[in-house]
Ligand binder design. Structure first.
Ligand SMILES: Cc1cc2nc3c(=O)[nH]c(=O)nc-3n(C[C@H](O)[C@H](O)[C@H](O)COP(=O)(O)OP(=O)(O)OC[C@H]3O[C@@H](n4cnc5c(N)ncnc54)[C@H](O)[C@@H]3O)c2cc1C
Length: 637
């Protein structure tokens, strides 16, 4: 299939505005004739549902949570980027565009990244208008801080709770529409199938998680805003419930999956402490504004940090990257932390950690200053480790955090299935091989508030829709298929709790498809994953039944999909014989240990097409062309 990215012609800075003008509009009084299903109520989904309803479209909003506010976006801590340049430190739309493209190691579309930078400013205005309590400076202006991969301060924040505050804003907008009757919200519904009629996405099948009843929803378009798939690795910083089912089911119905191997490992997480852990906790990147990362210069040094004198510490990021120091992008900081630990410089009980130290910042600005900026993060760390960060440095280690890959979408955010739009972390669109900090919230809200509402209107205006009801044979077929699948889970009646199988998968993924990948390890993973899949289908113990609340059954469905996605992820990682951003192939590195891209062979988006169960997926390539920024070796020195 030909991949049409639909990037508009014209100069970079005019592409979006001229596209907006050229797209068709739907007359206000006709809008109520069109309907959309939005799956997900995180920042992307809530903003999209509210905006579409405000325009006058009929919207069905679906979430497996009991409230839109429970979406994983609520966990976002550090901030959201926009090049407002209030700090007068040289920021601009072009600089944000440049930083993002370079940060993603030149594996994203220029036009998308420029548009993202362009609309990011109005996101801040929109959120301020909603009452989002961004931090302000003494004069009352919005305050900003710095995030990795940038030398300016462009990150707007609300202490360490930016996602929560932004989601409350989007939720208020959504609630207004629910109250007005323009959005019908269905809680505790898990989308488990996409329904495609005459080649167009026209509905979804959900399982009502309270009653087990399978319900059909029909509309003119379907929007997936269902978040990332980092939990394929079992341990991650993502919400426990985050899963890949919605996008995986869509993949199996014909939506291409782009760059599945582009996974982000975040450098500042609380290290793993034992085998029974089911979740990892992020310590926001914002901490790297004031915290200094170091390890002892002596291998195996087990002295307490306070006993290690200044000249026996290695502030390795400051040493290796003097220009960006502790604020190098996440992929770089993560790899260096792993390298330090692998070489025996790690700290703490497990020796799989490095220090993030605030002593200098406390000395410089006082405890109160730190408390105001990072208080809730310090409290969180204290609750988990019982350690006092005002006295001792934090211990951190990289963990799976975000997925840059996702369903392939064109410039209009539409997948390869007409009428299926994908927004937020669920798509692959803007971050290339490595997302810069504070850019996910920016992308989710850009997609939901400012991009999708235009592009979907154009789709509605240009498309003829047949009238459709949920008794259409495609709905019946999808429901029947789902019922059979659920029946298969319950019939396994094996011995292993599904969680244990997920844990095994996670270990394989971390060991062989994690921060460093090589051909041998990836081939091993591709041998082991099908074995675990077989274990699942023969020995999983899915207790209970299907006609009421059954958390084990929910998990089983999600894990079955993770198992399939894991294979695609490893397959993609094996095929991409280059290092770029979060995808680090040991075989491809510079003498200094930096990622070595191969632009001649791999300057493309890998869009995988489902060809059948247990069949090799088909690779479709979208070539990446760079007219404005010349790809070069990323340097943060
Ligand atoms: C700890 C943490 C901190 C972070 N901090 C930052 C930060 O400071 N700045 C930044 O830019 N980014 C940050 N990120 C990343 C950012 O939070 C996410 O990328 C972003 O919030 C994703 O938003 P989303 O709307 O795409 O998806 P989500 O917020 O994940 O929402 C997904 C929604 O889809 C629903 N859903 C999913 N599948 C189904 C299904 N099958 N059926 C029904 N409903 C379904 C869920 O119920 C949920 O409502 C952070 C991430 C983590 C893990």
């Amino acid at each position: 299939m030909m991949l049409e990215s639909k990037i508009p012609d014209g100069p970079l800075e005019k592409k979006w505005s001229s596209h907006c003008f050229n797209m068709k509009l739907v007359n206000p009084s006709n809008r109520r004739k069109y309907s959309a299903i939005v799956v997900g109520t995180g920042l992307a989904g809530a903003s999209a549902a509210a905006s579409l309803a405000e325009l006058g479209y009929k919207v069905i909003s679906i979430s497996y949570h009991e409230s839109p506010r429970r979406a994983h976006s609520i966990a976002a801590q550090g901030g959201i980027n926009a090049p407002k340049n209030y700090a007068n430190d040289g920021d601009s739309v072009y600089r944000l565009f440049y930083d993002t493209l370079k940060g993603g190691d030149y594996r994203a579309r220029e036009a998308n990244v420029y548009r993202l930078a362009e609309v990011s400013g109005i996101i801040i205005d929109q959120c301020v208008a909603q009452g989002v309590p961004f931090a302000r400076d003494y004069a009352g202006y919005l305050d900003m801080r710095s995030f990795g991969g940038a030398q300016v301060s462009r990150t707007f924040y609300a202490r360490g709770q930016t996602g929560q505050q932004l989601l409350l804003g989007a939720y208020s907008a959504l609630s207004r529409q629910i109250g007005a009757g323009t959005v019908k919200f269905f809680d505790r519904r898990e989308m488990m199938e996409l329904v495609v009629v005459d080649g167009m996405a026209r509905g979804v099948i959900c399982r009502n998680l309270r009653t087990g009843v399978m319900e059909s929803y029909v509309a003119d378009a379907v929007i997936l805003a269902t978040g990332g798939y980092g939990n394929t690795f079992y341990l991650s910083t993502m919400a426990k419930a985050s899963n890949a089912t919605a996008i995986w089911r869509a993949y199996k119905k014909g939506a291409f999956f782009a760059n599945p191997c582009f996974t982000q490992i975040h450098p500042t997480c609380i290290p793993v402490s034992g085998d029974y852990q089911s979740k990892l906790t992020l310590m926001s990147e914002s901490l790297r504004n004031d915290g200094r990362i170091w390890v002892p210069k002596k291998q195996g040094d087990s002295r307490a940090p306070s006993q290690i004198p200044e000249d026996e510490r290695d502030y390795y990021l400051e040493r290796l990257y003097p220009s960006f120091g502790n604020l190098v992008p996440r992929d770089v900081a993560s790899r260096r932390a792993k390298e330090m630990c692998d070489k025996g410089f790690g700290v703490g009980k497990t020796k799989m950690a490095v220090y993030l130290d605030f002593t200098d910042a406390i000395k410089r600005n006082g405890k109160h200053w730190i408390e105001e900026k990072y208080g809730n993060l310090f409290d969180m760390y204290h609750e988990i480790t019982a350690e006092d960060l005002y006295a001792d440095p934090m211990r951190i280690y990289p963990a799976v955090h975000y997925t840059m890959g996702g369903l392939w979408v064109d410039y209009n955010l539409m997948s390869t299935i007409p009428g299926l739009f994908v927004i937020g972390e669920a798509n692959f669109s803007d971050h290339g091989a490595n997302r810069l900090g504070a850019s996910a919230l920016m992308q989710g809200l850009a997609d939901g508030y400012f991009i999708l509402p235009y592009t979907i209107s154009d789709y509605f205006a240009r498309t003829k829709f047949s009238s459709l009801a949920t008794d259409h044979p495609e709905f019946t077929k999808a429901k029947k298929g789902l019922a059979e699948r659920i029946g298969r889970f319950l019939a396994i009646k094996g011995k292993q709790p599904v969680n244990e199988i997920h844990k095994k998968l996670g270990k394989i993924m971390w060991d062989f498809v994690g921060m460093e990948r090589n051909e041998k390890g990836l081939k091993k993973a591709l041998k082991l994953i099908p074995e675990i899949k077989k274990e699942f289908w023969t020995d999983a113990n899915v207790i209970g039944d299907s006609d009421n609340l059954n958390v084990e059954l929910e998990k089983a469905g999600r894990i079955a999909d993770f198992l399939e996605l894991a294979e695609l992820l490893a397959f993609d990682a094996l095929h991409r014989k280059e290092s770029c951003g979060g995808h680090f192939r040991e075989e491809c590195q510079t003498p200094e240990g930096e990622a070595l891209r191969n632009d001649k062979k791999y300057a493309y988006t890998a869009a995988w097409e489902f060809t059948g169960d247990d069949k090799e997926p088909k690779l479709n390539k979208e070539p990446l062309t760079f007219e404005y920024v010349k790809p070069s070796e990323r340097s943060y020195k």
